[in-house]
Design a protein around this ligand. Structure first.
Ligand code: ZN
Length: 302
């Protein structure tokens, strides 16, 4: 891919003029605000497409890009998807992710694929977690530590099942909203969405409401590596995150993205949601986006 960053960024900047920023997002930041570093995560893969494989295209861009080469991410995978992790090619791509220094987390261990965890019986969910952990351990030599719920759907029962199976749930601060291939048709939509998500991060920083780890403020970002469009534009997304953060006055670390698996693991561990928690990790803007504020919703309604 040959990114055409400058014209697109300039377009984004010009379009941003139409975008009104909430007063909360413009509140002064505390002077001691720790600089932000983004933790990239990807859901749903691996892809086993042959001609243009979006998972592999994302691996390549994380390793080589003009924003920050050598980024390490957490990939929340589907281990038994018949069109992905359940195939020999899917397993090979998972090995490649590991060899490239990325972290593997569990998204789905069910042969039924991307099933909403809250729609599974506790027994089926538990078995899928056991299977998914075993699948990943067979590839990596150790069981995954983190789980991300499919469709962001979780409740007290699923969180308890995660914990009983030794898994910690990681949600997100910034959602690329690219879970559907139809999610974004235009650059403006992508730009305005990520910009809005960053404004929420900035507002949380202004409230001194973001956890700090090792002198930096980790911000979890989620994309979907089955999305060909995301793969084709990932380098532009990276530039967009950095450029928009700067425009919003968000202090950025000299390395804006985590680039070591142990750091990614430690940061994720800090940001997981305890099973008994009634406070959403994505609490800063959960009220506005009720569809993802699952912890604020009674278990039976999810
Ligand atoms: Zn998913």
């Amino acid at each position: 891919m040959k990114p055409r960053l400058l014209p697109l960024i300039l377009l984004g900047v010009s379009l941003a003029g139409c975008h009104s920023i909430s007063p909360e997002a413009l509140a002064p930041l505390p002077p001691e605000t720790a600089p932000v570093r983004f933790l990239l995560t990807f859901d749903d893969g691996p892809s086993i497409l042959e001609d243009y494989n979006p998972t592999l295209a994302i691996h390549e861009q994380l390793a080589n890009n003009p924003v920050q080469p050598g980024i390490k991410a957490i990939f929340f995978v589907q281990t038994r998807n018949r069109n992905g992790g359940g195939t020999a090619r899917g397993k090979e791509i998972l090995r490649q992710a590991l060899a490239a220094g990325h972290v593997i987390g569990l998204h789905s261990g069910s042969a039924r694929g991307h099933i909403r965890h809250t729609k599974m019986s506790p027994e089926e969910l538990a078995q899928s977690l056991i299977d998914g952990k075993a699948d990943i351990a067979a590839l990596t030599g150790e069981a995954p530590r983190f789980v991300r719920p499919t469709f962001w759907g979780h409740n007290e029962s699923t969180r308890r099942t995660y914990a009983e199976n030794g898994l910690e749930m990681l949600l997100t601060d910034i959602n690329g909203a690219d879970g559907s291939r139809l999610a974004f048709h235009t650059w403006f939509n992508r730009y305005s969405h990520i910009r809005a998500e960053l404004e929420h991060v900035r507002a949380a920083l202004a409230r001194n409401d973001m956890p700090v780890w090792n002198g930096r403020t980790p911000v979890v970002v989620t994309f979907h590596d089955l999305n060909v469009d995301t793969a084709q534009h990932l380098t532009e997304y990276l530039a967009m995150l950095v450029d928009d953060a700067r425009q919003l006055g968000i202090p950025l670390d000299e390395k804006p993205f985590y680039d070591r698996a142990p750091d990614a693991t430690a940061v994720a561990a800090q940001r997981t949601t305890p099973p008994e928690s009634v406070v959403e990790v994505r609490r800063h803007w959960a009220a506005r986006k009720q569809t993802r504020a699952a912890l604020l919703v009674p278990a039976t309604a999810n």
